[in-house]
Design a binder for this molecule. Sequence first.
Ligand SMILES: [Zn+2]
Ligand SMILES: [Zn+2]
Ligand SMILES: [Zn+2]
Length: 278
Amino acid sequence: MRIDLHVHIKRHQSLAELRRILRKRNLGGIAVTNFHNVSFAYFIRERLPEFLIIIGQEIESSAGHILALGIHALIPDRLAPQETIHRIHAQGGFAVLPHPYLLRNSIFYHAHSPRLAFDAIEVFNWRCGPWLWPNSVAALAFRHVQLPKIATTDSKEAHTIGRSCIELAAQSEAEVFAAVRAGNFIRHEETIYPSWTCAKDYFSKLFLPHRSLVCFHCHDPLHFRPYPRKRACMQCGYLETMFVTCAHGHYICSCCRTQNAFKEEAFMRFRLKRGVEV
Ligand SMILES: [Zn+2]
Ligand SMILES: [Zn+2]
Ligand SMILES: [Zn+2]
């Protein structure tokens, strides 16, 4: 089956549309790897039993992002990468190094001694395509590293899920991990080159009001700021360099924001309001 092991899914995603996209791309499964949350992955797994939905999380370790696959409980962000990987393995999970050369948010694997105990490396990240260097540098830098090398999309928009993926013979989560560990899979990589549309997408995100979130404090719209600033989270106090605030400079960190958004009642209310399945 074909499986995309790095997928972010929005809170208001229609399940009927998701089902249609997975069928269209001929995917047998996906790993839902949202930041700061695993409950949404469970929500999707329960409602799409015909697909293999792996519970995952993209974790912000102190050195960069780490993908946890096959976990069952949320892993805290901001821990050292060694500790993060240890916690993934303690849950029986599978640890992947995503987008190793994106620079921002990437762990520089070769600088760590002893080497971090990743189970696989994402050498092809579809969404990195237009930047040209991350995937080509990763392919070169990891050519002598004896670890399974996977391709994913890192989709943030549902319609792009599965445009890159791996294909293997497996029915269950355990079989997927066993096949990846053994190197028994093929990568499907769709390269996208920089274009006017890519540039427009990127810059519109920086300048348009944030679509789905309002300030938790004053309910004004949140805006992306082109220049990041250090702010303390009004909820947990964590000092973060960030792009998103309301016009008054109120700030809540992405971790607290996500936790609030996925609280059972708020989450259901939000989906009902957006007219999608609950
Ligand atoms: Zn991601
Ligand atoms: Zn505000
Ligand atoms: Zn916070």
